[in-house]
Write a protein that binds this ligand. Structure first.
Ligand code: FE2
Length: 277
């Protein structure tokens, strides 16, 4: 459970860095499990290349991943001919999006009773909605531009909160997250939703998010750190041009009483309803 001072800081800043939350051995196990999932992934079973004629297939692969476990490549993992230019373990951008329900290693980590307690402190009747391993591989780990998680995981009212775990040290050098202190009070700028067979962004507020890095602070996180993120907090991370990977696990929860729109990108089959901790 968070102290009063931690809770106050989270509400003031829109984020909170809790060092030493996860056992380093547990972090190692999750990294190892991530590479097992990547090793088992056969890239030839799916078109994930970024050429124009395959964009539709790529969308379907993403849009169908809400209740599965799928691997997504880094944009820079391929050469001009569309062939993998790096070993597979260093080619994956993320694994998602239902590890918390489907994977025997990630599921128990995700249902840590301490996270249930923290969610209650935040006033949430928490349902676990989305999980991702974000690998940020050395050399080619891509930038994630400034965004608010509620853009992608929308509820009415906005209730999404993020639990982000550093499974390896995250530093400025290897692409740690940056957050805009107090930026969660700016309101939601955009909403990402399904439209027909594709996706669109709805602009909810014409004033853009502040452009990084001005005003943003680096959320450096030694292995085992939990970074809590308000769903409205603007955050981003730089490309990883270093020689060290930056593997992280991210888990998002929403309040079970809030309305979850049908046109959110993330859908679950009726056989897999959202569950709490
Ligand atoms: Fe995010």
């Amino acid at each position: 459970m968070l102290s009063d001072a931690e809770l106050t800081a989270y509400r003031r800043d829109g984020f909170l860095v809790v060092k030493g939350f996860a056992d380093p051995a547990a972090c190692d196990r999750l990294v190892q499990r991530s590479y097992e999932l990547i090793d088992a992934f056969d890239p030839t079973t799916v078109s994930v290349f970024t050429t124009d004629e395959q964009t539709r297939t790529t969308d379907d692969y993403f849009l169908g991943s809400g209740d599965t476990i799928r691997c997504f490549f880094e944009a820079e993992a391929f050469d001009r001919d569309g062939r993998l230019a790096v070993p597979k373990r260093q080619a994956i951008n993320k694994i998602g999006h239902a590890l918390h329900d489907l994977d025997p290693v990630f599921a128990p980590f995700s249902r840590d009773p301490r996270l249930r307690g923290i969610s209650s402190q935040l006033g949430l009747d928490a349902k676990l909605l989305q999980s991702m391993v974000i690998l940020k591989p050395p050399g080619i780990g891509g930038e994630v531009s400034a965004h608010q998680d509620a853009t992608f995981l929308y509820t009415d009212p906005v209730t999404v909160a993020g639990f982000w775990f550093a499974l390896e040290d995250a530093t400025v050098e290897n692409g740690c997250m940056w957050g805009l202190p107090g930026g969660h009070r700016l309101g939601l700028k955009r909403r990402f939703r399904r439209s027909g067979d594709g996706v669109v962004f709805d602009e909810l507020d014409p004033s853009p998010l502040p452009l990084p890095p001005e005003g943003y602070v680096p959320l450096e996180a030694p292995k085992g750190t939990l970074v809590m993120l308000d769903g409205l907090l603007p955050h981003w991370s730089a490309a990883n041009r270093s020689t060290r990977s930056r593997v992280a696990y991210s888990l998002h929860v929403i309040d079970g009483a809030a309305q979850y729109p049908d046109d959110n990108w993330l859908r679950r089959s009726p056989e897999m309803p959202l569950r709490g901790f």
